[in-house]
Design a protein around this ligand. Structure first.
Ligand SMILES: C[S@@+](CC[C@H](N)C(=O)[O-])C[C@H]1O[C@@H](n2cnc3c(N)ncnc32)[C@H](O)[C@@H]1O
Length: 334
């Protein structure tokens, strides 16, 4: 996920896409759909008629084969995949741009939306924990509105990179921790007291069981006053149209996409339906939610960013809503 987010109307999540590779860990892939083909890289077989359809089917077969071959050598354990990924980035063996990496500058509308929404709906006198912080690019921005920020990632390599990149920002620290271990989160909660939680692009790469555990970790961190802000890719349609939307064909898969397929867990949907399952209404109050369009890094050097439909929400544990939290849902638009 990366780059500015375009405004989008409030829309229900579509949650039924199939997996995008043969070894799925989750329910389905992000998908930018055919309405967003990469310029200069049109999907083959667009010509009308039987010949076009045959060409497109043949290209689809080639694309499926390519994705299957690329997925073959990924590390098997999800956490191992992440650490291997971040090690490859650090040591230069993975040279393509990180597909979700957000330009953290003030011109990034996506980031601006996150910060504005959090400032409006969270107690900004509390610390914030960035769960699954990666290289810490967004943790650094959170430091602008919260008194202290702790970035947490399962990958020690990611944490080392985040440290190195943000050593000079006061009250910003990073640590390696599996955020799907609620006991570990409870230990951090004892250090911090009540805290807010920020999650970007983590739920959609976890299995259902681990999604529930990530929510339990968040709950441990929030205490009586904190709230969680999450933003996740949430793509309707099929895996193939997602890949095509980012410029993939049977002949060629763009570098950042190829790198992600080769090294990372398969992404899935995370929209309103998944949020309702992971944050059930008997335990959580939904305070706000909405759709978004996240921009990826350019799929080709010098090209335009790609787009990935996404979903965001702000929630509070229900037990705390009798206090200073509103109990009604507030839907907002980007
Ligand atoms: C798609 S990246 C998003 C990174 C960052 N939030 C951003 O938006 O730039 C997902 C991140 O979650 C981390 N992650 C995956 N599983 C995790 C877990 N169980 N606990 C903590 N971090 C995890 C990965 O190492 C990776 O850095």
């Amino acid at each position: 996920m990366s780059g500015p987010v375009q405004a989008g109307g409030h829309s229900p999540a579509t949650d039924n896409a199939p997996p995008h590779d043969p070894a799925p860990e989750n329910a389905g892939p992000p998908n930018t759909a055919t309405r967003n083909p990469a310029p200069g890289n049109p999907a083959p077989g667009n010509a009308a008629g039987p010949a076009g359809r045959v060409a497109r089917a043949a290209d689809t077969l080639r694309l499926v084969g390519r994705v299957a071959a690329l997925s073959l050598h990924r590390p098997r354990r999800p956490d191992g995949r992440w650490d291997a990924f971040w090690r490859g980035v650090a040591h230069g063996s993975l040279r393509e741009p990180i597909i979700w990496d957000a330009a953290p500058g003030t011109g990034n509308e996506e980031i601006r939306h996150h910060l504005q929404t959090m400032a409006a709906l969270m107690d900004t006198s509390l610390p914030v924990v960035d769960l699954g912080c990666g290289n810490g690019a967004l943790s650094g921005r959170l430091a602008g509105i919260f008194p202290s920020v702790v970035g947490v990632d399962v990958s020690p390599e990611a944490v080392a990179a985040a440290h190195a990149a943000h050593a000079r920002i006061p009250d910003l620290s990073f640590r390696s921790l599996d955020a799907t271990q609620p006991e570990a989160a409870a230990g951090l909660a004892r250090e911090l007291g009540d805290a807010n939680v920020f999650v970007r692009g983590v739920f959609h790469v976890l299995s259902r069981r681990r999604q529930a555990r990530l929510a339990a970790s968040a709950e441990a961190l929030l205490g009586a006053r904190g709230r969680i802000y999450l933003v996740e890719t949430n793509v309707p349609g099929s895996a193939l149209s997602y890949l095509r939307g980012l410029g993939a064909t049977g002949e060629r898969i763009p570098g950042p996409l190829r790198q992600a397929i080769t090294t990372l867990p398969k992404p899935g949907h995370f929209g309103a339906a998944q949020r309702a399952r992971v944050f059930p209404a008997r335990r959580w109050t939904l305070l706000a939610e909405g759709p978004a369009i996240l921009k990826t890094v350019p799929m080709e050097p010098g090209g335009p960013p790609g787009s990935i439909p996404a979903y965001w929400a702000v929630l509070a544990p229900r037990l705390q809503t009798s206090g200073n939290h509103t109990s009604g849902k507030v839907s907002t638009r980007w």
